[in-house]
Design a binder for this molecule. Sequence first.
Ligand SMILES: [Zn+2]
Length: 407
Amino acid sequence: MTTKGSFENDFDDYSPTNLTPLLNENRDGISEKFQAKLQNYKTAKFAFLITKLEKELFCDGTVYTGSTGLALYYLMLGLGNHDSLQDNLQKALDYLDLDKLKGRRISFLCGDAGPLAIATVISHKLGTRRPNYLPDYRELSVRLLNLGSLLNDSPDELLYGKAGYLYSLLFVNKYVHGRNVISDDHIEKVASLILKSGKEFSQHTKSESPLLWQWHDKVYLGAAHGMAGILYILLQARAYIKSHDIRGFVRPTIDWLMKQQFPSGNFPSSLHSSSGDRLVQWCHGAPGFIPLCILAYQVFEEERYLKIAIQCGDLIWQRGLCAKGYSLCHGVSGNAYAFLQLYQVLKKPVYLHRAGCFMEWCAVERQGTELHRPDRPASLFEGLLGRIYLVEDIINPQTALFPGLCL
Ligand SMILES: [Zn+2]
C-alpha cells in the first residue's frame, strides 16, 4: 500500500519472449485456462448477485447504481450473440422499471434517459414478442425526446447532464438500425446547446480554451463530470456538429486539455486542483482520457493524440491498482478498460495482458485490497456487476465498450 492511493503493481509486465499464462498462443485473446477461471468466477458471483444482493440491485432504477445496470448487461450480452438475443432481452426486462422514472435527471447513467434508451432498443429488438406492458419503441423514443424539456436546467457533464443525454440519443440510433428513431434535428440541437454553454463559460472566464464547462463551481477535467467526457461524446456526435465548430472549437479545446497533463502522464481532476497528481481512476484522471485521445487520433489523424493515450496507459499500469477498490467508476475494473481500449486500436498483446492482470486482481480479491466498501455493492458502476461486465469484455476484447460512454 502506498500513500498515493494505489497498491504496488507486482504483476510481471508483458514480455514477447516470456510465457504469458493469461494469453493464448497467438496472443490475440486470453488463454483457455484463464477463460475457464473467469467463467467460474462469473458464475459464482452472478448467482450471489441476483440472490444475496437482489435487494441492493433494486435500490434505484438507474444504470449507475441501480437495476438498469443489469438490464444493460443482458442487452449487451444479447447483442453480442444473436442466438441468445431473445432470451437475454426477456431477462433484461426483469430489471427495467419504467414506472419508477422520476423525470428529474436527463442522463444515461444517473437519469431517466438510460432506462428509456435501453427500453427503446429492447422493445424494437423484441418486435412482436414484446410483452403487453412494454410500450412500442416509437412511444418510448418519444418519451426520450420529451426529456429534452429538462435540457436548460441540466449541467453539461456526462453523469447527470446533457452529454449523458446526447449519449442516450446516439445509443438508440446505433442499436435501432437504419431507422433514425431520433431525428438529426434533435441530436444537432442537444450538441449545439453543449457547445453554446461551453463557449459562453469560456468567454465569461476569459479562458484560453475556446470551450469550458463547469459542474458544481469547478472545471472538472475527467470523464465523469468534466471536459474529457463531454469532448468525447461531442466527438462521437461529430456528424451532427458543423465542421467549423469541430475545427474552431472542439479540436482546439482538446489540444488545450492535453496541455494540462502532468509529467507523470496523469491528468488533474479539476482545473487549479490543489490535490495534485493523485487519482488514477475512470471518473478522475488518466483512465477517462484514453477514449478521447484514441478517437481524436482516429478523427484528426495525428499521432500525438495516440502518444498521450499510450502515456496514460503506462501510468495506469504503474498506479492503477486503486486502493479504493474494484469498481468501474473509481477502481481497478474501470482501469482495465483503459487497456482494452488501447488493445483495440494498437492490437498489441501487452495491453490485453495488462487488462488481464487487472481483471485477475479484481477476481482474486485478496484481503485488504478493497479499502473502501462501495455504497452500492451490487451496482454496475460501484459494485460487483461492474466486474462481471468486465469479464465478458475481457473474453471478447475487440467488442468491449465502456458502458455509458463508448459506442
Ligand atoms: Zn467515480
